[in-house]
Write a new protein. Structure first.
Length: 145
């Protein structure tokens, strides 16, 4: 085999390698934190203000039972009309995200059945309002089965 054949084999191998890498790159899935991240970035000051307001009252707590994730709202807000939502954000897979409206019982507790939660590691992003005051809190959550 002369040097011309060897050079041709090297070029064909290189082209095959580049073609394989391009194919694998196009098959890779990249989840964005949010599809409308620019709009959310413009409203980021609301999160800062909400986090500050939430730090001035007793903390939101998250606990677990065998079947449920329990979110306990602050005592100061018990009995007040609260509106908001809970976003269980899974950083590794957007399909595992869970978004729910904030629905509290008379004791200020929200229970989320673990059957609705497919992943294990989340950031619980809780935003709510009471009157004209907006609150926001992020808490880590590792769901145990």
């Amino acid at each position: 085999m002369n040097w011309g054949h060897k050079l041709t084999i090297v070029f064909i191998g290189f082209a095959g390698l580049i073609g394989t890498m391009v194919y694998k790159c196009t098959q890779q899935k990249f989840d964005l934190v949010s599809e409308d991240y620019y709009v959310q970035e413009l409203k980021y000051q609301d999160k800062i203000d909400g986090n500050k307001a939430a730090s001035e009252i007793s903390p939101v707590t998250i606990s677990q039972t065998a079947n449920d994730v329990i979110i306990q709202m602050p005592e100061e807000l018990k009995g007040l009309s609260l509106k908001g939502d809970v976003w269980l954000y899974c950083a590794s897979k957007a399909a595992d995200d869970v978004k729910l409206p904030l629905t509290l019982d008379a004791n200020g507790i929200m229970e989320i059945n673990k059957n609705h939660i497919t992943g294990s590691s989340y950031t619980a992003k809780i935003s709510w309002s009471s009157g004209n005051t907006k609150y926001y809190k992020e808490l880590p959550l590792v769901v145990t089965r």
